[in-house]
Design a protein around this ligand. Structure first.
Ligand code: FE
Ligand code: FE
Length: 302
């Protein structure tokens, strides 16, 4: 792990030093995402699905406001820092059943307003025992997508992500960057990125990868493939203009791609929302023979 989470912010060498990890801010996070999804749904070929995902985001916001992560979950987090491992790695960090309470509350909110097909998915999730849900979460977080129904995965992930994002935002941590490789996975939870973002503001011009689970962002230099770290093998694809707000970065070494977001071109971007609304770009790049290296929190395979 070339970015290590530490108990305190390590003193930096100067004002120009790059911050390795940006922890997620919770305030209005899901409300903003819901708004963006609704905006993108207008006149979109996938408008209905974008609108449905907006409802999921609204429900996540309600849960964040009404049943936030209990303070005692945060108490032991500092002990997990400084050991060189991602402190919230799903294989190692003991998940609290609170995430299942989030899932059940999510189901209760969405159930009355969904149609029959979605209802049967929600009902199937309701019937699982706590141990069965834990097994499904473990498989999903390990990337074993064939073990989890893709319809169920959408809701499982929404609850899990709300849990891990709250933990990550509460992490009493700084981060220390080490030169070297292995920045493919989130230094906080070891999950895969959704996409990368070319930042504006204090980090202007720097590339950060955004975690698909805990939603923190970590720095990675722009000239390397985010998957295999090869240099000099990258191509950029966009559907319309040269200065498009979303591009796909493909690698001729490992034949993967990941989307890159340019909020400077579109200040309202939300990585998850805009990722879902730009599937046409994925289709184009996959047609060229590249496979997506990141996760798609709104579209699981299977
Ligand atoms: Fe993460
Ligand atoms: Fe690569």
């Amino acid at each position: 792990m070339s970015i290590q989470m530490t108990p305190v912010q390590t003193p930096t060498g100067g004002i120009n030093e790059i911050i390795p990890v940006l922890l997620p801010a919770l305030k209005d996070r899901y409300a903003k995402r819901a708004l963006r999804l609704k905006q993108l749904a207008q006149g979109h070929a996938m408008g209905d699905y974008l609108g449905f995902c907006a409802r999921i985001a609204e429900a996540q916001q309600q849960l964040l406001d009404q049943m936030p992560l209990p303070a005692e979950h945060v108490a032991g987090l500092s002990e997990r820092l400084g050991g060189g491992q991602a402190p919230l790695a799903s294989t190692d960090y003991p998940r609290h059943p609170y995430w299942q309470q989030l899932l059940q509350a999510l189901i209760e909110r969405l159930y009355p307003e969904t149609h029959a097909a979605v209802r049967s998915t929600l009902e199937s999730l309701r019937r699982y025992t706590s141990a069965e849900l834990e097994g499904l979460a473990g498989a999903l977080l390990a990337g074993e997508h064939e073990q989890v129904d893709s319809g169920q995965a959408l809701f499982l992930w929404a609850a899990l992500s709300l849990y891990y994002t709250q933990l990550a935002s509460a992490l009493p941590a700084g981060a220390r960057a080490h030169l070297g490789e292995q920045r493919q996975h989130c230094p906080v939870c070891a999950s895969a990125p959704v996409a990368s973002v070319i930042m504006t503001g204090a980090q202007a011009g720097l590339r950060y990868l955004q975690c698909g689970l805990c939603e923190c962002r970590w720095h990675m230099v722009r000239l390397k493939c985010s998957n295999c770290e090869a240099t000099g093998a990258l191509d950029y694809w966009s559907l319309d203009r040269q200065d498009a707000a979303i591009k796909a970065e493909s690698c001729n070494e490992c034949h993967s791609y990941l989307k890159v977001f340019y909020p400077e071109q579109d200040r309202d971007q939300d990585v998850l929302a805009d990722d879902l609304a730009s599937l046409a770009l994925d289709a184009e790049v996959e047609r060229e023979g590249y496979g997506r290296s990141g996760v798609s929190p709104y579209l699981f395979p299977g």
